[in-house]
Write a protein that binds this ligand. Structure first.
Ligand SMILES: Nc1nc2c(ncn2[C@@H]2O[C@H](COP(=O)(O)OP(=O)(O)O)[C@@H](O)[C@H]2O)c(=O)[nH]1
Ligand SMILES: [Mg+2]
Length: 290
């Protein structure tokens, strides 16, 4: 048995959360086209009879204007230091906005370059350009070309990681695939649907907190969930005309929760207004953003 910790880092929106989900084969970390989706460190665990790989998906933040973002940025910095291996994910050619991310990489920790979204690149030259632009600026141990969307290049990367981890401890019980609690998975997957269905401004102002979780029957749960927003005006948008939007959010969240948790969770969603929650310690603590 060999195990180890692997940190997934990179700029916002390059596909870090998608990569985590693809590597472990389960949807635990939220994916969206909006930046700053991932707020805290999400752990996803890969197990096979001989290996345990513990991946951390880190938040990526450009603006540190809220206590929420400041705390998330600290999490991203410290997770590089804790790792045995770092995956640096990119989705386009190197440019000056990469500098501050590359500066945070640690030469003492083996770091692998992962070029994601290769399904989008038109030809091979394009991929080579991207690759070379990074290999010129940092000494990566290896590189991989992947598409998390098409599932390309994921298994060679996985095999390489398995060959590199050295610990002999089973850190997570085999049935635990994430550090998120049952409630944590529920709230993240509800938040993901809000991210996907709302325009840019609203999602960043939303927090999702599970108020109650009850097991009704074996593998069947009922959960009351609060969607916390900052402005009254947004309430109508989240609920939608005749409640159509909130129904859609509930439907798809329930479907994804079932896939990840292998349980039926019936959701009841409430929308509540709490002004300026992103600066309120109590709410951030409840959300697990320390
Ligand atoms: N075309 C394409 N899009 C991808 C791929 N991987 C991720 N994306 C998209 O890129 C966006 C950001 O992904 P996400 O995993 O949330 O990025 P993160 O902010 O780095 O965690 C989402 O809209 C994903 O659907 C890929 O391999 N190909
Ligand atoms: Mg993410």
């Amino acid at each position: 048995m060999r195990s180890g910790f692997i940190s997934i880092v990179g700029k916002p929106n390059v596909g870090k959360s998608s990569l985590l989900n693809a590597l472990i084969g389960k949807h635990v970390s939220i994916v969206s086209d909006k930046t700053e989706t991932t707020r805290t460190s999400i752990v996803g665990v890969y197990n096979d009879p001989l290996h345990q790989l513990i991946f951390t998906d880190t938040p990526g933040f450009d603006k540190l204007n809220y206590l929420l973002n400041k705390r998330s940025d600290d999490i991203a910095n410290s997770s590089i230091l804790d790792a045995d291996i770092v995956l640096y994910v990119v989705d386009r050619k190197y440019n000056s906005s990469d500098i501050k991310y590359i500066e945070r990489l640690n030469k003492k920790i083996p770091t692998i370059l992962v070029v994601n979204k290769i399904d989008q690149f038109l030809n091979e030259n394009n991929v080579k350009d991207i690759l070379n632009s990074y290999l010129e600026v940092y000494e990566f141990l290896e590189y991989y070309l992947v598409s998390t969307k098409e599932g390309i290049g994921i298994s060679p990367l996985l095999e390489s990681l398995k060959a590199k981890v050295k610990d002999t401890i089973l850190y997570y019980p085999l049935d635990q695939i994430t550090n998120l609690s049952f409630e944590g998975v529920i709230s993240e997957l509800v938040r993901e649907q809000i991210m996907l269905n709302m325009s840019e401004e609203i999602p960043h102002q939303v927090a999702v907190l599970v108020e109650s979780l009850e097991e009704l029957d074996y593998g069947v749960y009922f959960s009351r969930v609060n969607i916390i927003i900052e402005r009254k005006a947004h309430k109508g948008l989240i609920i939608g005309k005749n409640g159509t939007m909130i129904k859609k959010i509930r439907h798809f969240a329930e479907r994804n929760i079932k896939k990840t948790l292998e349980s039926d969770v019936k959701l009841e969603l409430f929308v509540k207004v709490v002004e300026d929650w992103r600066s309120k310690k109590e709410i951030l603590d409840k959300l697990g953003v320390y």
